[in-house]
Write a protein that binds this ligand. Structure first.
Ligand code: DGL
Length: 269
């Protein structure tokens, strides 16, 4: 790996910014490309075989265009489906984002843990295997949210969702069994930490929300090494498969997530 690596962070949309933010903090000197397959958003509603083919094709184009040293798949819906094929097909190292079931179950006191993800992520064998292997003595409730990722995108674009809409999506996460209550909710979609403050306010009772982004940034450091002291931050390159230009609200949000804005490029969808 080069001393100042090019790191490509990939998601279906803007949820990957919650991972990007932590990776930028860990390696502020790296060259970053943030790629969003927004022409195919939301991944949570795509047919599996079409999504596998789509991610492999878009990743192939991105690797040719940007020559990353490392790719972060900042999307649970893609990682739980296609990470193995990506690693088989491309030589570039990949860091995936998968539901943080192990740390959540290890830290839960009530032993009632909920995994909140897209409808497809919570159904995947990958997720069920994580629960079998790391669920320990916890009762794990799986909640697939049809709309939360889209509500998070709107919020980031300056159109906040109604409380009732968010509350309706998260209500099934709160479970009571013999007087014990859910105390830990795994955010198994990278879009959801965008709504963290709203989730905390609308929670039926206080819980810990587990965001995997800091752990992903640590994994990036394991592979890419520590930052080069004194290296200047370079402008983040953006590649949106829709070719859309970010609105002023989005540009402000991108800066808030640690991006340095200069150019915005489209990519064929
Ligand atoms: N951000 C994505 C995830 O982590 C998915 C959102 C979507 O495209 O449905 O699962």
């Amino acid at each position: 790996m080069t001393a100042v690596p090019t790191i490509l962070v990939f998601d279906s949309g803007l949820g990957g910014l919650t991972v990007f933010r932590e990776v930028v903090k860990a390696r502020p000197d790296a060259r970053f490309v943030y790629a969003a397959d927004d022409a195919f958003f939301p991944y949570g509603r795509q047919d599996e075989s079409k999504l596998i083919a789509r991610v492999l094709q878009v990743m192939g184009e991105l690797i040719v265009a940007h020559r990353p040293d490392l790719v972060v798949i900042a999307c649970n819906t893609a990682s739980t489906l296609v990470l193995a094929q990506l690693r088989e097909q491309f030589k570039t190292p990949f860091v995936g984002t998968v539901p943080a079931i192990k740390p959540a179950c290890a830290s839960s006191n009530s032993k009632l843990v909920t995994v909140l993800g897209t409808e497809v992520t919570v159904k995947r064998e990958y997720t069920r295997t994580l629960i079998r292997e790391h669920g320990q003595d916890c009762v794990v409730t799986l909640v697939g949210s049809p709309r939360l990722a889209e509500l998070a995108e709107l919020e980031l674009n300056g159109e906040p969702a109604a409380d009732a809409d968010i509350a309706g999506e998260i209500a099934p996460c709160f479970v009571t069994v013999n007087g014990a209550r859910t105390d830990t909710i795994v955010l198994a979609c990278t879009h959801y930490p965008l709504l963290l403050k709203r989730l905390e306010t609308l929670a039926l009772w206080p819980v810990s929300f587990v965001d995997p982004a800091p752990a992903i940034a640590r994994r990036v450091l394991d592979l890419a090494g520590q930052p080069v002291p004194g290296a200047a931050m370079s402008a983040t390159r953006f590649a949106f498969t829709s070719g859309k230009q970010p609105s002023p609200a989005l540009q402000t949000a991108l800066r808030r997530f640690g991006a340095k804005l200069e150019t915005v490029s489209g990519l064929s969808s």
